[in-house]
Design a protein around this ligand. Structure first.
Ligand code: HAM
Length: 429
């Protein structure tokens, strides 16, 4: 026998009834985004590798270790080979689309959301997959549209608090920080570089490399032995200029006014290079090691890094897989499959076509119908019906002629004769 094939490591099949929970999360997100006046954007699942190298940053773990990249062969002489990558995140793609379609030319703020798969070659574990789904949003536009305003940051964070509440996720923590302007970051990088000189020799190989190329990334290090050293390094708050401090103070003042709770985390610099000023994560204790439900921040220079016009922005992405894990943990019996309104049981194969007609009639009236099969003995029909539907409708020669059908309700055990014309109303009650 040949070996059976399985889903690739780090990827998963999502099956009913759990997919109903995914759909509910997405419907709630779409509803909240609509109320905050966001529109949906769908960008391609793969992009030119250069987009992520320039946007997310060569030295980040995502770009240096985790991307699925391949050389796309030329199919014609006029075509060149191109390095392509499955998107590890969606912000770079959204900003590319913003530039490509001249969305800034309207002079208005663009408020865009997306729901879709992302790909990172990470070590799989609970809450961490190689294909995972993000629900994210970006607010981006020319400075004249108010895209730099701290109000935009506060509105996005307030929307996230609302969305998590409406999803039924309680017990989250909002961790907030500011990584300052590009100039602040350059100053901080110098301070870090200097502070690292005497200690870096005792740190892991990755940190030794990062200390040279991009010292900020040292703060992402997860190696336990390095943590006491990292604790002694300078914090970015001390390198912020007056403008960045004022911006951050305005964000927190608006959050205080709206009653959104947060804590300041000085080490929250995030693992992507495009961030400026506000950075944040919402964490949840129930998730274990992979405790970030979502992350995001401001990226005032990203459009220019990608060759576009000045277009400050702020956004976030939620890990949908982690939202599902959090909600499943709160449901005592897991997701219970919803049952159809009725199961139609044809008595004998000769009644199959008539049963299909009856099912079509009822489905067109909005009922949720499971269709049985006439070769089933009545006992088998009852067993199947009891598992999948709230009621069973028997359709035999007599019922077809008389137009009076027998309906049995499984929860009450009551059997009722119902005229065909009244069946839809009866079944839906
Ligand atoms: P990120 O922090 O890399 O940010 O990812 C956002 C969220 O995606 C994480 O908090 C986590 O919930 C989820 N996530 C990331 N990797 C995995 C994985 N391997 N398995 C399951 N879930 C995962 C970004 O992607 C930015 N683009 C967010 C953003 C938007 N910043 C500004 N705008």
């Amino acid at each position: 026998m040949s070996q059976t094939l399985k889903a690739v490591r780090g990827t998963r099949d999502l099956l009913p009834p759990e997919t109903a929970l995914w759909n509910r999360i997405e419907a709630t997100a779409r509803d909240v985004f609509a109320r905050y006046n966001f529109g949906e954007i769908r960008t391609p699942v793969f992009e030119d590798t250069g987009l992520f190298a320039r946007g997310v940053g060569e030295e980040t773990d995502i770009v240096s270790k985790e991307m699925y990249t391949w050389e796309d062969r030329a199919r014609a002489q006029s075509e060149k080979t191109q390095s392509l990558t499955l998107r590890p995140e969606n912000t770079a793609g959204v900003v590319r689309a913003y530039i490509e379609h001249g969305l800034g030319e309207s002079g208005l703020l663009q408020k865009l959301y997306y729901i879709g798969p992302q790909f990172r070659r990470e070590r799989p574990q609970k809450g961490r997959y190689r294909q995972f789904s993000q629900i994210g949003a970006e607010v981006i536009g020319p400075p004249s549209a108010g895209s730099e305003s701290p109000l935009r940051d506060a509105e996005v964070l307030e929307m996230l608090a609302t969305l998590l509440d409406e999803l039924g996720i309680t017990g989250w923590t909002l961790e907030l920080n500011s990584v300052g302007s590009a100039a602040d970051r350059a100053r901080y990088n110098e301070a870090l570089r200097a502070a690292l000189v005497p200690v870096v020799g005792q740190m892991c190989g990755d940190c030794q490399r990062r200390a040279e190329t991009n010292p900020l990334r040292v703060l992402d290090c997860k190696v336990a032995a390095d943590q006491p050293i990292i604790e002694t390094l300078p914090v970015i708050a001390d390198s912020l200029d007056e403008e960045s401090k004022k911006h951050f103070a305005a964000v927190t003042a608006a959050l205080d006014a709206a009653g959104v709770p947060y804590t300041r985390n000085h080490r929250l610099v995030r693992g992507l290079d495009y961030y400026t000023r506000t950075t944040f994560e919402f964490t949840h204790g129930g998730l274990g090691a992979q405790n970030a439900l979502l992350g995001g921040g401001r990226y005032d220079g990203l459009s220019e890094m990608l060759g576009g016009p000045r277009a400050p922005g702020i956004g976030f992405a939620m890990g949908e897989d982690r939202l599902v894990l959090t909600l499943l943990a709160a449901l005592e019996q897991g997701v219970v499959a919803a049952k159809a309104d009725a199961f139609i049981a044809p008595l004998g194969e000769g009644m199959n076509a008539a049963a299909l007609v009856l099912a079509r009639e009822l489905r067109h009236q909005g009922l949720w119908i499971e269709l049985g099969e006439g070769s089933f003995r009545l006992k088998k029909s009852f067993e199947a019906a009891d598992k999948t539907a709230r009621q069973i409708v028997i359709l035999g020669e007599d019922e077809l002629q008389s137009g009076i059908l027998t309906v049995k309700n499984f929860s009450t055990g009551v059997q009722t004769k119902v005229p065909r014309g009244e069946l839809a109303v009866f079944l839906s009650n």
